[in-house]
Ligand binder design. Sequence first.
Ligand code: ADP
Length: 486
Amino acid sequence: MNVLLASAEVHPYSKTGGLADMVAALGKFLAQAGHRVGLVTPLYRGIRGRFPELRRFELPLAMPLGNQTVSARLWTLTPVPGLTIYFVDQPGFFDRAGLYTENKAAYPDNADRFIFLSKCVAHLARHLDWRPEVVHVHDWHVGLVPLLIRHQGWHDAWAKPPRTCLTIHNLAYQGIYPAEQYGLTNLPWYYYHPDGAEYYGRLNLLKTGIAFADALTTVSPRYASEITTPEFGCGLDGLLRARRGVLTGILNGVDYDEWRTAGNPRLPHSYTAEEVAGKAANKAALQRELGLAERADVPLFGTITRLEEQKGVDLLLGALEEMLPHDLQYALLGSGQPPFEAAFQQLAARHPGKVAVRIGYDDTLAHRIEAASDFYLMPSRFEPSGLNQMYSLRYGTVPVVRATGGLDDAVVDVRENLASANGIKFTGASTRALVQGIRKALTLYQSPEWLQYYRANGMRTDFSWARAVAEYETLYRRLLGLSSSK
Ligand code: ADP
């Protein structure tokens, strides 16, 4: 099949969260399964310097954007055979210090930037000579694409437009803008109504995608059902219930080429489920690096996260406050809301040698923390997929998670299944529930055989992309009206 993907971020070119990892892996593994895959994404600052092998691609892009016309150039890269990345080079929009924000403030022209990107995606879908059959877009930034394609199919002599799929990575981010910004779409206003692009008097780009895509997916099965409820539906649960027939959940996979414990250049020491000594050596190395007391016999907890309420970081602060009198260490890497950044830094200052906090974004430190920690804390209020619990399992780091979304789908608590237990789950979104989870972890740490049992189970748990890609293939084939066999 010929599949065109589109996303505002793609690892390793640009990344603020799991979206970048997922889209990169989906593209790579679809291509490896024999499909022709394209992936459209912005050319942000610095990409050309880091990837000098980028090549110009001659396809003129001059898009109407409200009452202007905006032009862009295209660059391409083929990281694996069968996968072409199309970078949209529009310096005015994308040659900036941040992807979406700068100095913690959203760029005021984000509607212009991502409506423009969406138009480029629809244009490529129509004019690439390899004729994409499915256009699969990710999150609100490209949420307009399904409507642009549908409109051109209905009114603009596009004889056989591709089928469209929208994956919702996080329903909490919808791309909501003042009604006048709808003018940037250059679409007729009859799509701007409560069953279409309008949301309480404003333009909602994710909702537009939900209303007009041929298929909808979320990045875990549990989240697909959660978002049809008022509790998790972020105001869109009614529309999502109406579209339940085309909504499925496909749990993200993990790219085990990137997240591997043996022969990984990001890790000081290799280890495996059978030979875990290297994990202890990674722990000692991280303790040294972060200024934690260099002790093998103290449980080390880790977290790598955006510092947002969604991730339950306020619960973390409360639970750590209560548990730090116990013999444990904690390492956090993250960035986000300034009050949370300050609170974690203060916690570290009050507990030198016991708590280490690094504010910022650092891909290789993320690997070192995952490899060094004994336990990984993830008390999310909601979690569309969550990758770090899966990375933790592979790295032999027992995840302590709230049972929601992809965390619930990926982690097995001993109460569910003794034979495959690989983590600790708690239910409530409260400090108390998280404290209970940490207490269980401390108990587990006291029994080395049990700890090793959990660890080995986790390291053997398989979230490879083969399964997820097979599910996307089935979905695409269904969209194209093909039989389900290959
Ligand atoms: P989300 O996409 O909601 O942020 P996920 O768990 O799905 O959460 O994915 C987060 C990804 O971003 C993981 O790969 C995680 O390691 C990475 N990440 C988050 N914050 C940082 C950071 N400060 N430094 C390095 N990597 C980070």
